[in-house]
Design a binder for this molecule. Structure first.
Ligand code: TXA
Ligand code: MG
Length: 327
């Protein structure tokens, strides 16, 4: 499809599927974050997607399917570990890495012999995938390196005029990307934490382990999940992590109840993100908080570390990456 001067807004899964089938780029909601979809078998379209995001070509994309039984559209085989995890947690915020099917463009997998496969739970995403009838590669719908988009407005903030359409549903999302588990080799390895916790993975696959985030300067020469080597989730503002709320500076006056932000007419020098009533709320608000800080022209963001367990472990990972503490 020719690139558009501006991005179409639609609420129709049928329209979104039509644009995808024609080789277009469509952002749509999922239960984690918004995805930027493209036909994973169309190399020219995949190239446009990397260009639109400014994404390095060595960072592979996740292929989305409407149901588990569609796995042959993306994978050459369904390994026993992959099948066990999909049966336990799909549809849902899980990606399993499997041997790649020939039909998937090698651009999608950055030349790897494996492919990330995800069956999302969001009804709009499922409807689009079903109507599209093709495997849909979909990274998070943001400019590369920026916090992921959790609202269609944030998607347009980054990508207006660079993509063909956005499905403009307001949605209650988890706010953190899916758990990525390498199931192509034994033992299964959690490459990226998410709402499906390591404990939940181990309840199905007791031998599964976490890859562990390499601290800056200690990353392996050949990272298992290539994308994680690039900067992620980083706002313009400097992000500082603190432990207890007693280490946070006093909120600037006129702040919003949770986030410490004031209107853009009077930009504060800093903003404070403190643990919310639940870790689910805290995670759901995180990326939008970072974006709001940038909209307000805030220079420094103080972020209170999330609890270490459950969804908090995934949020901690994103907090550390936002602060540039892991590569
Ligand atoms: O929740 C999500 O996963 C969202 C929604 C849109 O589905 N998508 C998402 O995609 O977060 P993206 O492109 O932002 O992140 C994909 C992650 C990267 O860390 C990438 O390295 C990893 O998945 N990945 C993809 N294919 C892989 C493969 N074959 N082997 C190892 N890691 C892979
Ligand atoms: Mg991303």
């Amino acid at each position: 499809m020719a690139s558009r001067a501006s991005t179409e807004r639609t609420t129709s899964p049928r329209r979104a599927a039509e644009i995808l089938r024609a080789g277009g780029l469509v952002a749509f909601p999922t239960e984690t974050v918004f995805g930027l979809g493209v036909d994973a078998t169309d190399a020219a379209a995949v190239n446009r997607l990397f260009a639109a995001k400014g994404r390095p070509g060595d960072n592979p994309l996740i292929v989305h399917l409407p149901d588990i039984d569609s796995w042959p559209q993306a994978a050459a085989s369904l390994t026993p570990d992959g099948e066990a995890l999909l049966r336990a947690f799909a549809p849902g915020p899980l990606t399993v890495v499997l041997p790649k099917a020939a039909a998937i463009s090698p651009l999608v997998t950055a030349g790897l012999e494996t492919v990330g496969v995800r069956v999302p739970a969001h009804p709009i995403a499922v409807a689009i995938l079903r109507l599209a009838g093709v495997p849909v590669a979909a990274p998070s719908a943001n400019r590369s390196g920026r916090p992921s988009g959790t609202t269609w407005r944030s998607v347009l903030e980054d990508l207006d005029g660079r993509i063909d359409a956005v499905v403009s549903h307001d949605t209650d999302a988890i706010g953190l990307e899916s758990t990525v588990v390498d199931c192509a080799a034994a033992p299964a390895t959690v490459l990226r934490s998410g709402a499906i916790t390591l404990e939940q993975i181990q309840s199905v696959l007791p031998a599964a382990r976490a890859a562990g985030a390499a601290p800056v300067h200690e990353s392996p020469a050949q990272p298992k999940s290539p994308g994680l080597a690039h900067p992620h989730y980083q706002p313009q503002a400097t992000v500082r992590l603190v432990n207890g709320s007693d280490e946070l500076p006093a909120d600037p006056p006129g702040r919003c109840a949770y986030c410490g932000l004031r209107p853009a007419t009077d930009p504060p020098s800093f903003a404070v993100h403190r643990v919310h009533e639940s870790v689910e709320q805290y995670a759901a608000a995180f990326y939008e908080f970072l974006r709001e800080a940038d909209r307000c022209g805030v220079a420094v963001v103080y972020v209170q570390r999330a609890p270490a367990s459950g969804l908090g472990a995934a949020l901690r990972d994103r907090q550390r990456r936002a602060a540039g503490l892991v590569e």
